[in-house]
Design a binder for this molecule. Structure first.
Ligand SMILES: Nc1ncnc2c1ncn2[C@@H]1O[C@H](COP(=O)(O)OP(=O)(O)OP(=O)(O)O)[C@@H](O)[C@H]1O
Length: 246
């Protein structure tokens, strides 16, 4: 079953044509890695999936709802589609546990006891249950990003979007975050769309790799074809050789 479908999607920022005729289908449970040079439209594309950016033309169906339709309930979309950003955006004046319990309490009206139990389970899943009473500033960047992931998971979403989740982290913290993401990717019910330059992650757990440039999808391959064969597109081949050698 498909979770996300782009049909001839066009996105403009004013006069600037940011997404050109995007056609993509992402099935439930797939892990899709999105790569491409800076400014190619990767963030824009994933931000359209939970309505942070509106599209101007075409059809974008997420979890069976058409996001181009003004009547679509965006709150319902955001309950089902979580997002993890480059900067973790935790609430600085709330404990780790409160950060995780807040949205399920306010948005899902989840009863307090159940909410706490699920929050602690998610903290355990990212390996940080012992940090529950601390404040975000007491944690490292890598730990804060794992808390941000736990916070998204606590909403029990059907899909998770990741926008360069490790690019703001010190190198020694990247693996811990990637390991948590790999664990989620192996859960076959979760759909993941990930913008990242971490090719080790892509090689290990992605089902597909999509290459974008100038607002267009130029390559959409299985992981095997992308890494072990060759992308058909010349720019994708060049990009791949650069990121793998650096
Ligand atoms: N709010 C905005 N208003 C105007 N132009 C924008 C806006 N957001 C992005 N753009 C432009 O759209 C293009 C695509 O940007 P986007 O951030 O989606 O690219 P990206 O591939 O994610 O890049 P990066 O890897 O540098 O984050 C860029 O040319 C950018 O300047």
């Amino acid at each position: 079953m498909s979770m996300i479908e782009f049909h001839n999607v066009q996105k403009y920022y004013g006069e600037f044509h940011a997404l050109h005729d995007i056609n993509l289908t992402i099935d439930t449970g797939e892990t899709v890695v999105l790569i491409g040079p800076s400014g190619s439209g990767k963030s824009t594309l994933i931000r359209t999936v939970n309505g942070l950016e509106r599209i101007q033309e075409g059809q974008l169906i997420v979890n069976g709802q058409d996001l181009a339709d003004k009547k679509t309930d965006m709150n319902r979309i955001r309950k089902n589609v979580g997002m993890v950003f480059q900067h973790f955006n935790l609430y600085a004046n709330k404990t780790i546990l409160e950060n995780i319990m807040l949205a399920p309490r306010l948005v899902l009206k989840r009863p307090e006891e159940e909410n706490k139990k699920i929050a602690m389970n998610m903290l355990d899943r990212v390996g940080l249950a012992d940090q529950a009473p601390k404040m975000p500033s007491q944690l490292s960047g890598g730990q804060q990003q794992r808390i941000a992931i736990a916070r998204s998971l606590a909403m029990k979403p059907k899909a998770l979007l990741f926008d360069e989740p490790t690019s703001a982290l010190d190198p020694e913290m990247i693996d811990d975050v990637l390991n948590v993401m790999k664990d989620i990717a192996r859960d076959s019910s979760m759909t993941m769309l990930v913008v990242t330059h971490e090719m080790g992650f892509a090689r290990e757990v992605a089902n597909r790799v999509i290459f974008m440039a100038d607002g267009r999808v130029l390559e959409d391959d299985s992981k095997e074809k992308f890494f072990d064969g060759q992308p058909s597109n010349e720019r994708a081949r060049q990009f791949l050789s650069k990121i793998i050698t650096h």
